[in-house]
Design a protein around this ligand. Sequence first.
Ligand SMILES: *Cc1c(COP(=O)(O)O)cnc(C)c1O
Length: 230
Amino acid sequence: MPSFEGRPPAIAGRLAAVRERIEAAAERVGRDPASIAVIAVSKRKPVEDIVAAYEAGQRDFGENYVQEFAAKSELLPPLDDARFHFIGKLQSNKAGKAAGLFSTIHTLDSSKLARRLDRFGKPLEVFLEVKLSAEESKSGMDPGLLGAVLEDVAAASNLRLAGLMTMPPWNADPEHARPYFRHLRELAERHGIGGLSMGMSHDLEVAIEEGATHLRVGTAIFGPRDPLPG
Ligand SMILES: *Cc1c(COP(=O)(O)O)cnc(C)c1O
């Protein structure tokens, strides 16, 4: 029998610690902590963990894999007011399925994907993912394409622009993320966009200092993830 004993209190405690970190960072730069949303990233974590976080007051959840969340959503009890955000790499052939499962897509990075998501016919909030590093493995659009994709989103009847998103190259030192976060904020200001999805467990303070409105926090809430198989 797998035991989930100890999990709910651990998750509630870690959520409280994350909220304290957010309040402290927001206070340092004179921001209202209520203007900063936390998306609890539950990828590769069981539904019991999502329920435990929900019971501790968490309402926004992030998932990276369409198939994984399709399976988990079958097992989830009804969670009133919970919102599920897709934050992983989205293949356009999975766009329809993702549109059905999620309320918000953080990784819209092409005109093609915008059309596919719009075609599903369900109102969706979208963040445009921008690639700000030369690193090959990272997804996201070239910043030069932003204007065109913004027009596609404005023309789409079912998509509402929520903001921009970026994912800096991994580095244990959170200060390494600062120039990427700052660049994203400058891009957003230039286009008159308010939402900024940036900052994870280890660099959320820097993200808040640079203007993040949506933090995507996994490990600091749910604990370390098992390594990917293979
Ligand atoms: C996994 C993931 C996160 C959360 O990362 P943690 O370091 O566990 O907080 C945030 N954003 C994206 C896009 C992710 O894939």
